[in-house]
Design a protein around this ligand. Structure first.
Ligand code: G3P
Length: 497
């Protein structure tokens, strides 16, 4: 039997999954780790804990499967993107905690960059908008605030990495300082057209080039792990940021194929082929996983608060005791009774990009109860995703591209049938849930499998993808449009526009 190991380092937990060559889950292990909130709007992770939990889950997943490192053809890494680490190349010691993608501390730097007129250059080279979400201004913050960091960086003593880079550094005992195109494309320092770090942006952001890792395609024989970690040296054959990895795991290899991942946030990505389309509707352009040096691109929209709204119902409002209760509570009423909930707890991401927006509930009446709010909260996940797909459709139409005809879904909240049906109703296209919903990890395993010869073509992978359930739209289009209209109105209230 052939096995592949995926290391899935996410925002709230580290997970490892062993897959067989058919793409089925053989075993899985997961560990949560601490979220550090030094002050409002700041989010950090301890780099040592990231590595320790990741290694522990890899060992546990192997043990559960009754396997050892030598039984693994290759491992693939997929990771929370943008989260930024800086460490000393000689000692391996981080100079600061990892600054997490959700962290907003670099917003003033971003405002200054916008004021300096850098937006067109950033958009054209990186496909991104200037936002504290991406790595570049987090690096800058560390260089400017950690005593001695800038001087050490200028002497070439420090290394920058996203989480994939940090894990490979650990796995190889500091021998490799690498990343893949998908992770590089989230730094705001990478020219996605040339697949190279961009000197002009580095200069504008005052970031020394010596900090940066080498960039490779996502499926690539990066090197081997030290034998001591998993009992044998294991090939590292794949790296991809988690959303691009999920796009790959959903076998969205052609223009017009799209997936939405329903996690803490929601991430909707559509493959656009070998052409980097720049959005006119608030989306970003990003590198899709590349299996050869040939460029591949996707359009992306990110919703910052997706499934996290259910956590707020549980921990903030205390309307439910466990997240799993939300579907039952929401189903206890036929609809939200006119309540609209815009969960802009950390501003609004694509397609609105309103960092100052705040959470807003509108349409309350004497008849509104916890069930209506729960339903509106759940529906807000679908509304935000529908707004993203509408923006994508407008871009596709303007460019004469291939429209999205179905949406493939994954992530924790895709098991919620009420949400998936409402999503299909709003979109007016089928929402398709595959049999294996661990598509983020699966994508990394597939990339590793391609690099080490377990798989030989993308067609072979596409043939492994299987549907579990297809949600067909049943709501009249007029009603869906009216609801979207009301949603946009509620968004305007949340942003005070
Ligand atoms: O861009 C952030 C994204 O990669 C985080 O994903 O699944 O760790 O919340 P997740």
């Amino acid at each position: 039997m052939t096995y592949l190991l995926a290391l899935d380092q996410g925002t709230s937990s580290s997970r490892s999954i062993v897959f067989n060559a058919q793409g089925h889950v053989v075993s899985m292990a997961q560990r949560e780790f601490a979220q550090i909130y030094p002050q409002p709007g700041w989010v950090e992770h301890d780099p040592h804990e990231i590595w320790a939990t990741q290694l522990a889950t890899a060992r546990e997943a192997l043990a559960k499967a009754g396997l050892q490192g030598r039984d693994i053809a290759a491992l693939g890494i997929t990771n929370q993107r943008e989260t930024t680490l800086l460490w000393n190349r000689r000692t391996g010691e981080p100079v600061h905690n990892a600054i997490v993608w959700q962290d907003r501390r670099a917003e003033p730097t971003c405002a200054a960059l916008r004021d300096a007129g850098l937006e067109p250059l950033v958009r054209e080279r990186t496909g991104l908008v200037i936002d504290a979400y991406f790595s570049a201004t987090k690096i800058q913050w560390m260089l400017d605030h950690v005593p001695g960091a800038r001087e050490a960086a200028e002497r070439g003593e420090l290394a920058f990495g996203t989480v994939d880079t940090w894990l490979v550094w650990q796995l190889t005992g500091g021998r490799l300082h690498v990343t893949d195109v998908t992770n590089a494309s989230r730094t705001m320092l990478f020219d996605i057209h040339r697949n190279e770090w961009d000197d002009e942006l580095l200069a504008a952001l005052r970031i020394p080039r010596s900090l940066l890792p080498q960039v490779h395609p996502s499926a690539h024989l990066y090197g081997e792990t030290l034998p001591e970690w998993l009992g044998a040296a294991v090939n590292i054959g794949g790296i991809a940021g988690d959303q691009q990895s999920a796009l790959f795991g959903q076998t969205c290899f052609r223009p017009g194929l799209a997936k939405n991942t329903y996690g803490t946030g929601c991430f909707l990505l559509m493959h656009t082929g070998s052409h980097a389309e720049l959005s006119r509707n608030g989306l970003i352009t990003t590198s899709a996983a590349q299996t050869t040096p040939t460029r591949e691109y996707a359009q992306e929209g990110s919703v910052f608060i997706g499934g996290a709204v259910v956590q707020w119902l549980r921990d903030g409002l205390r309307a439910i005791k466990a997240s799993s209760e939300v579907e039952r509570l929401a189903e206890s009423v036929p609809d939200s009774g006119g309540v609209m909930f815009v969960p802009a707890f950390t501003g609004l991401g694509a397609p609105y990009w309103k960092p100052q927006a705040t959470g807003t509930i509108v349409g309350l009446t004497r008849g509104s109860g916890a069930a209506h709010i729960a339903r509106a909260a759940l529906e807000s996940i679908a509304y935000q995703s529908a707004a993203l797909l509408q923006a994508m459709s407008r871009d596709v139409q303007a460019a004469g591209g291939v429209p999205v005809t179905e949406l493939r879904v994954d992530g924790g909240a895709c098991v919620n049938n009420l949400l998936m049906q409402f999503q299909a109703d709003l979109l007016g296209i089928p929402v398709v849930r595959p049999k294996v919903i661990e598509t983020t990890a699966l994508g990394a395993a597939y990339l590793a499998g391609l690099a080490c010869g377990v798989y030989h073509s993308l067609d072979e992978l596409a043939a492994l993808w299987q549907v579990e359930r297809r949600f067909l739209p049943t709501m009249p289009r007029g009603r869906a449009e009216e609801l979207m209209h009301r949603w946009e109105k509620a968004v305007r209230q949340a942003t005070l526009d």
